[in-house]
Design a protein around this ligand. Structure first.
Ligand code: SAM
Length: 292
């Protein structure tokens, strides 16, 4: 592990801190107080594109010097920043939008800083992935995030084949000029699953399309523009055997099907040809188990 010791003849200094700062994915109002405070107080902001971050800083009245840190020269840029951190500089790392290191540069510097024993602080905030998931209405806790879909059709199909049996929602970033082709490949390999396509999250023209993959493909206008997050439902889990007793059935509807008390009572009463009041009484006791 490399610790901060570039020149042992120098007086040892207190190393700086690396702040990994999330910035808005569209709406500038989403910047956090903590992000503003950090960007204002550090010695240097390392950013993907200095022109882009300059606009954000101007908007926030922040005059902290900027230095570029981008994917193509990430190793070299990270080494230079690490040296500054070891000399005691406080550095914030931002990307053009959202959370650094999520499909953006950042991981190389974070790893180098951790290896050198530098404190790394996350200034949490916007990310397109989380914004999309937060309004997707998925009841499952799990999901698979695949980052950007491969540009190459064969690589895409191979990826979809490897994910075909995953019972979790699949989340991807995709470029607008490839979305139609990706939706077609996806429908061909995964089947015509339900999906949600989010465009321009947090921006004026934010929209969400929902439906089977084939329908989304038809509804997307040719030459669509903007930034996209695609969420595709996971593979259907193998049917679970239904219990035979009423209590078991009620728990099955509640836990496996996420049914409401009312829905479960209606289904069981209808399926077993029982009076609703009889099932309702049992259902109340089962639903109360959650509160006790
Ligand atoms: N680090 C960013 C994050 O935390 O979300 C992601 C950066 S990645 C280079 C950019 C991709 O994220 C876009 O191509 C798009 O797929 C997605 N994205 C970013 N902003 C978005 C937005 N406002 N609406 C929808 N998708 C967005």
């Amino acid at each position: 592990m490399t610790h901060c010791a570039f020149d042992s003849t120098l007086t040892p200094q207190q190393p700086g801190r690396l702040y990994v700062v999330a910035t808005p994915i569209g709406n500038l109002g989403d910047i956090s107080q903590r992000a503003i405070q950090t960007l204002s107080s550090v010695d240097l902001i390392a950013c993907e594109d200095t022109r882009h971050t300059k606009k954000l800083c101007r908007h926030l009245n922040i005059a902290t010097p900027l230095v570029s840190y981008f994917r193509e020269r990430e190793q070299e840029k990270a080494a230079a920043l690490l040296k500054l951190l070891c000399e005691g500089k406080q550095i914030a790392l931002v990307s053009d939008a959202g959370t650094p290191a999520i499909c953006d540069p950042g991981a190389v510097l974070v790893n180098k800083a951790r290896d050198a024993g530098i404190d790394i602080v996350a200034i949490a905030g916007p990310s397109a992935l989380v914004a999309a998931l937060s309004i997707a209405g998925l009841t499952q806790a799990n999901f698979f995030f695949g980052g950007f879909l491969p540009a190459n059709a064969a690589a895409r199909k191979h990826l979809f084949n490897t994910l075909a049996t995953l019972p979790y929602p699949l989340v991807f970033y995709e470029a607008p000029h490839r979305i139609k082709a990706s939706l077609a490949d996806m429908a061909a390999t995964l089947g015509d699953r339900q999906a949600l396509l989010f465009r321009e999250l947090t921006k004026i023209h934010e929209e969400c399309l929902e439906g089977p993959l084939s329908v989304l493909r038809e509804r997307i206008k040719d030459g669509v523009k903007g930034e996209l997050v695609l969420i595709v439902h996971g593979a259907a889990s193998p049917p679970q055997e239904q219990p035979e007793d009423i209590d078991g059935l009620l728990r099955w509807y509640r836990d496996e099907q996420q049914s409401s008390l009312k829905q479960a009572v209606a289904r069981i009463a209808a399926d077993l040809d029982l009076p609703r009041s009889q099932v309702y009484k049992k259902a109340l006791a089962i639903w109360r188990e959650i509160d006790s």
